[in-house]
Ligand binder design. Structure first.
Ligand SMILES: Cc1cc2nc3c(=O)[nH]c(=O)nc-3n(C[C@H](O)[C@H](O)[C@H](O)COP(=O)(O)OP(=O)(O)OC[C@H]3O[C@@H](n4cnc5c(N)ncnc54)[C@H](O)[C@@H]3O)c2cc1C
Length: 265
């Protein structure tokens, strides 16, 4: 369990960021579910609850999701169930249980860049941008590739386009981390294949995505793209599965993801 020496609830982001920068062990709090697993000694804990960052709204062609929004809100949001064949609600549905998802925040889930993340894999297959207090707004892929520095994730922006999408994963047991997760999307002829929990962080299979992005697809082309994804990405071994097992799984899940997207209305 972690230790807090002090707790503040700032009224604005500038104050929150100032306190965060003041000392190395000052820390932003999300739902504290991951922090509780460790033994960090936190100087000043910064609770963002007063900043009205728990919301999902649609405006100017984007779905905007505040950092303090819970995974449960994503799972049950009516508009998110309609957009992109409901991949966002689907991707969080198996994370532990309802009570847990009511506590977990989107901001922490994305900011922490967890390799096992189901949400990051899915968001990467959509046109997603991250807004940070200090570093500003940038595509999710740029944020993931950026070295870690102290900042506050304020909100996420997902472009509402006509994208069809699918999310698949395999877990050894219902509430465990994914052994592998896959998200596939298609906007017009542009495909995006993303594979996460490798167990490294989610990555776009660029060669597989490019191979698919050329109109009508035969079953051989679909199988070839799935094979390419398994070959071009790196996989590792941990207690949930070996690198070879993940590579084989990748080929199966990517093929299923492509087939599912082709059947999406
Ligand atoms: C037992 C367990 C099982 C899990 N299983 C899965 C799973 O199967 N799939 C999956 O995708 N995820 C899983 N997760 C991760 C989970 O979904 C959350 O992403 C994670 O627990 C963090 O959520 P939190 O809001 O409680 O963050 P906290 O624990 O409060 O914070 C985590 C970190 O994020 C930082 N932080 C919080 N908010 C912000 C912000 N707005 N800006 C900058 N930094 C911030 C904190 O300082 C801290 O370093 C699991 C977590 C646990 C504990």
């Amino acid at each position: 369990m972690f230790t807090l020496l002090d707790l503040v609830q700032p009224d604005n982001l500038a104050e929150a960021y100032q306190i965060l920068s003041d000392k190395r062990n000052n820390t932003i709090l999300g739902g504290c579910t991951f922090l509780k697993m460790g033994s960090k000694r936190i100087g000043t804990a910064i609770d963002l609850s007063n900043l009205k960052l728990s919301y999902i709204k649609e405006q100017a062609g984007f779905i905007e999701i505040g950092a303090m929004t819970s995974l449960r809100e994503i799972e049950t949001h009516k508009r998110l169930m309609e957009c992109f064949n409901g991949v966002l609600p689907k991707s969080v549905h198996n994370i532990i249980g309802v009570q847990f998802r009511n506590s977990v925040t989107v901001g922490a889930s994305v900011y922490s860049k967890y390799g096992f993340s189901d949400l990051i894999t899915t968001m990467l297959a959509l046109n997603t941008e991250v807004e940070l207090y200090k570093s500003g707004r940038m595509p999710l892929i740029d944020f993931l590739n950026k070295p870690k520095e102290k900042d506050i994730l304020v909100r996420l922006w997902i472009k509402v386009d006509n994208r069809k999408a699918a999310y698949l994963n395999l877990r050894n047991s219902a509430s465990d981390f994914s052994v592998l997760n896959v998200a596939v999307s298609k906007l017009e002829d542009q495909w995006t294949v993303v594979v996460g929990a490798r167990p490294r962080r989610a990555a776009i299979a660029t060669s597989a995505s490019a191979a698919l992005s050329k109109g009508e697809l035969s079953i051989e082309e679909i199988e070839d793209a799935a094979k390419r994804a398994a070959e071009e990405l790196s996989f590792g071994t941990n207690m949930r599965g070996t690198a070879n097992y993940r590579r084989a799984l990748c080929q199966v899940l990517v093929k299923r993801g492509i087939m599912e997207v082709l059947q999406c209305k």
